[in-house]
Design a binder for this molecule. Structure first.
Ligand SMILES: N[C@@H](CCC[C@H](N)C(=O)O)C(=O)O
Length: 276
């Protein structure tokens, strides 16, 4: 079976998008997602995005990390899919309903409301996620913010001096985070500016992470370090994040289509059979 795909990115965080809104796709499992995402033997991407019909929104967006794990939210992919759709959309995700609107300055996304609180950890007690008394070498005292998916945010002097390739996986896979976690290292440089690098759960160091930018901005606001609207600059470029008075996070930034193509499912070990 031949399947069309669109290769897209948001600030260099790249996606393969499969559109199953009108025609059926074969079942997508973790092995298929990881095979497509492989940069040497597949198409290559940080996340595989699958669009499907929805009863709750205009359509549904399924998100798979490069390691094949299925996750709840992806900010950059939401902008990319908003661009693909070409007009305002409400999108069902595992993390909730998000909505996208094309604007003069890019695609704007209402990401929903952040969640904090207490996290039950496998050590037999609950921990306040606003200021977790834990450390991984120089990464200390994170705030954990859930914006559909889970993030730990560490405020540091210079994110580019942190050895993310070594410390990222240590934090991501620590049993204190039962669902694993996205690891953000951030420096507040002004009341409206943050510099950020993200080690993504299931994908490693990416050029940008939209939900990471949202969670980090909210974490900094919660700690009183910045105002309610900030520019978060990632290695791939800037995003604007606003925490509105109604508690909803709004992210605005660019999205780009790189190219379109098609592949044979048999080349990825997928049987030539579409569910009825
Ligand atoms: N790149 C994304 C986040 C993708 C999911 C994340 N790695 C997770 O496991 O939660 C973004 O732009 O938000």
């Amino acid at each position: 079976m031949r399947i069309d795909f669109t290769k897209m990115h948001g600030l260099g965080n790249d996606f393969v998008v499969l559109d199953g809104r009108t025609g059926a796709l074969p079942p997508i499992d973790a092995a298929f997602a990881a095979a497509l995402a492989d940069r040497h033997t597949g198409i290559g991407c940080d996340q595989l995005i699958v669009l499907a019909p929805s009863d709750l929104g205009d359509f549904q967006m399924l998100i798979f990390n490069a390691d094949g794990s299925q996750v709840e939210a992806c900010g950059n992919a939401t902008r990319a899919v908003g661009l693909l759709h070409g007009r305002p959309a409400t999108i069902e995700t595992l993390g909730g309903i998000v909505s996208t609107t094309p604007t003069d300055t890019g695609i704007s996304v209402e990401m929903g409301k952040p969640r904090f609180g207490w996290q039950d950890i496998p050590l037999g007690y609950a921990m306040d996620t606003h200021a977790m008394p834990v450390a991984w070498e120089e990464l200390v005292n994170p705030i954990a913010v859930n914006v559909g998916n889970p993030h730990a945010i560490f405020f540091v002097e210079d994110p580019y001096r942190i050895d993310m390739a070594r410390l990222g996986p240590l934090v991501e896979n620590d049993p204190i985070f039962p669902e694993r976690v996205n690891v953000n290292v951030a420096a507040v440089t002004a009341r409206d500016a943050i510099t950020l690098r993200v080690w993504e759960r299931g994908a490693g160091l990416t050029r940008a992470c939209g939900t990471g930018a949202c969670a980090t901005a909210i974490g900094a606001m919660k700690r009183g370090l910045v105002d309610r609207k900030v520019t978060v600059t990632l290695p791939g470029g800037p995003l604007t994040i606003e925490w509105r008075g109604d508690d909803v996070i709004v992210m605005t930034g660019p999205a780009t289509e790189s190219f379109r193509g098609s592949f044979e499912t048999a080349d990825y070990g997928i049987p030539d059979k579409v569910p009825a």
